[in-house]
Write a protein that binds this ligand. Structure first.
Ligand code: ATP
Length: 383
């Protein structure tokens, strides 16, 4: 096992800086997910950690030792990729044991052979692929192939496990199944793991902590709950959640005497209006679709929203109402209701949300300006 630290980790391709001063501290045995849109630099960070990509700036450390120039085979990392990269002409058993061939060459031949066989047995049992040892990759399902790929990385007992979108070639059901298997495996083996994905469900379900990246930079590092409840900026707020957080950038010009700041169809109430007083002018207000409710259902609202429904999407137990802020209609909005809530195209609804679910971001740059923290019971509260 190993802890990993990067300080100012940087990678350039020509004039293009694709990883820009990334600082990370990954604890021994932690499951870290690098999450971000395509092209944000996740794979490049992973490849630098693996030693497959030269580091152009900053430092990479394993257990306090600088690894920048260490060749890949001296880093003791196991890698699993999206496309499995199994040897098609070899059986599963051979695919698993191939990486141990070099070890076999040292010491007594029969002893080494036995050792390899034992390890293949252990790993195939762990991953439930014992019955497939004589099969070739083309005879396996996607999930089975991915398990063989995991086994091949695990058999070398890596101190660090690096996974690059390992589930993306699987269909939705299988992805869920293998995801759960991965979580169980990590619980048992506790190998420091860095997992790259652009799928937020994978990130939020697997990670001890999520690193959200965009444009080569780290925007936020936090537990799945922190990332969801207290996004550091408007990019993270919108990127996390399905659909993402509503973000309305509005000029809050008039402040009523009762502590209400108004900007078109959105009114901030109480403490939030006070925050607005301090910053004044144009502000981005963020509320998740699942945190907006009919006005009468919210005891202590932090925001009031005037919403016009344009389309309703039924999703079994819930429904999504897509529409606009009623005043002007230029700001899109989406609201999640229980399936039983009567809601139709053309409806105009007064909605509200409690203050702990309302986020204020600067209109310029999107940084958070309203303070929230996670309370003792895990719920977000105003700091
Ligand atoms: P994806 O989810 O699509 O795999 P990513 O977040 O993993 O994306 P990277 O693969 O790390 O992103 O790529 C980051 C940026 O670096 C992209 O703009 C990509 O085009 C660029 N890039 C990656 N490898 C090279 C290379 N060998 N030469 C030039 N540019 C590269």
């Amino acid at each position: 096992m190993a802890n990993i630290k990067t300080v100012g980790l940087t990678k350039r391709f020509g004039a293009n800086t694709v990883v820009d001063e990334v600082d990370l501290e990954i604890r021994d045995g932690e499951f870290i997910v690098l999450l971000g849109p395509s092209g944000c630099g996740k794979t490049t960070v992973l490849r630098m950690i693996a030693g497959l990509e030269q580091i152009d700036g900053g430092q990479l450390m394993f257990d306090g030792n600088v690894m920048n120039s260490e060749p890949p085979d001296r880093r003791n990392v196991g890698m699993v990729f999206q496309n499995y990269a199994l040897y098609p002409h070899m059986t599963v058993e051979k695919n698993l044991s191939f990486g141990l061939e070099s070890a076999k060459r040292n010491g007594s031949r029969s002893e080494a052979k036995q050792g390899v066989r034992r390890k293949v047995e252990q790993i195939s049992k762990l991953l439930d692929i014992e019955h497939l040892l004589n099969h070739r990759p083309k005879q396996l399902s996607g999930g089975q192939r991915q398990r063989v790929a995991l086994g091949r990385a695990l058999i070398r007992q890596p101190s660090v496990f690096l996974m690059d979108e390992p589930l993306s070639n699987l269909d939705a059901n299988l992805r869920e199944k293998v995801r759960m298997e991965l979580a169980r495996l990590h619980e048992r083996l506790a190998i420091t793991t860095i997992f790259v994905t652009h799928d937020q469900v994978e990130a939020l379900t697997l990670a001890d902590r999520v690193v959200v990246m965009n444009g080569g930079r780290v925007l936020q590092v936090g537990t799945p709950k922190e990332i969801y409840d207290i996004p550091a900026d408007s990019f993270v707020a919108h990127f996390i959640g399905t659909p993402g957080m509503n973000l309305w950038t509005l000029p809050f010009s008039s402040l009523g005497g009762g502590g209400i700041g108004t900007g078109g169809s959105v009114a901030l109430v109480g403490e939030l209006a006070d925050v607005l007083c301090r910053v004044s002018g144009t502000v981005t207000v963020g509320v998740r679709p699942e945190h907006l409710e009919p006005f009468g259902a919210v005891q202590d609202p932090g925001v009031l929203v005037d919403f016009r429904v344009e389309m309703v999407e039924h999703l079994g137990s819930r429904q999504l109402a897509y529409g606009v802020l009623a005043d002007g209609g230029t700001h899109a909005a989406v609201v999640q209701f229980d399936a039983r809530f009567p809601c139709r195209r053309g409806d105009r609804l007064e909605l509200a949300s409690p203050a702990e679910h309302v986020h204020l971001f600067s209109a310029d740059g999107g940084r958070r300006i309203s303070n929230l923290k996670l309370g003792r019971d895990g719920a977000a509260v105003r700091a």
